[in-house]
Ligand binder design. Structure first.
Ligand code: CMX
Ligand code: CO
Length: 143
């Protein structure tokens, strides 16, 4: 069951500059940052609020680390902006299988590693009304 908005992924050209915009404009601080080489991103997670399922909602600011990454390709086409949304669940495997059975393409055979050791998968934007959609199970809370 999907129980929260885990994060909104925002693509940018310059992570440090974008982090500073969110700090100066809204007062949001970086909760966690990392490089995910498999996804081809340098990212900062800004925690916005806790959620009723014991998890939290974040903004995920994403800067590409290489030209052939999905985010670099998207930025070249669209410029900066909202790249994806992510729903949190205690069971990313089960929810992905369930959603797949409804005819939505799930992009990964098995969930991969996302922010903070979470397990993630993606749904194809063309099957989701133009919205790239991620499913996440947190490593820390298990939700
Ligand atoms: N949101 C909405 N639509 C998108 C999209 C996005 N983020 N990315 C691509 N599309 C659309 C394109 O506009 C294109 O539509 P048209 O054919 O109408 O022009 C279509 O999908 C195909 O796009 P493409 O540019 O040819 O890109 P690819 O098919 O090579 O890749 C996708 C698209 C979704 C398979 C790829 O971006 C992907 O695998 N994404 C999942 C991984 C990811 O995004 N990682 C970065 C974030 C990591 C994290 O969150 O931790
Ligand atoms: Co994400």
């Amino acid at each position: 069951m999907l129980t929260r908005i885990d994060h909104i992924g925002i693509a940018c050209f310059d992570l440090d500059k974008t982090v500073e915009f969110y700090r100066a404009t809204y007062g949001f601080e970086v909760f966690h940052s990392e490089v995910n080489e498999e996804q081809g991103v340098r990212e900062a997670m800004l925690k916005i609020n806790d959620t009723g399922d014991g998890g939290a909602s974040y903004l995920q600011l994403l800067e590409p680390t290489r030209e052939d990454s999905t985010v670099a390709k998207w930025l070249a086409k669209n410029g900066e902006g909202v790249h994806h949304i992510a729903f949190g669940t205690a069971d990313v495997d089960g929810d992905a299988a369930d959603i797949k059975s409804k005819g939505v393409r799930v992009l990964y055979e098995e969930p991969r590693i996302g922010s903070m050791g979470s397990r993630i998968t993606f749904l194809h934007p063309k099957d989701c009304g133009g919205v790239l959609t991620e499913l996440v199970t947190s490593a820390t809370t298990g939700h």
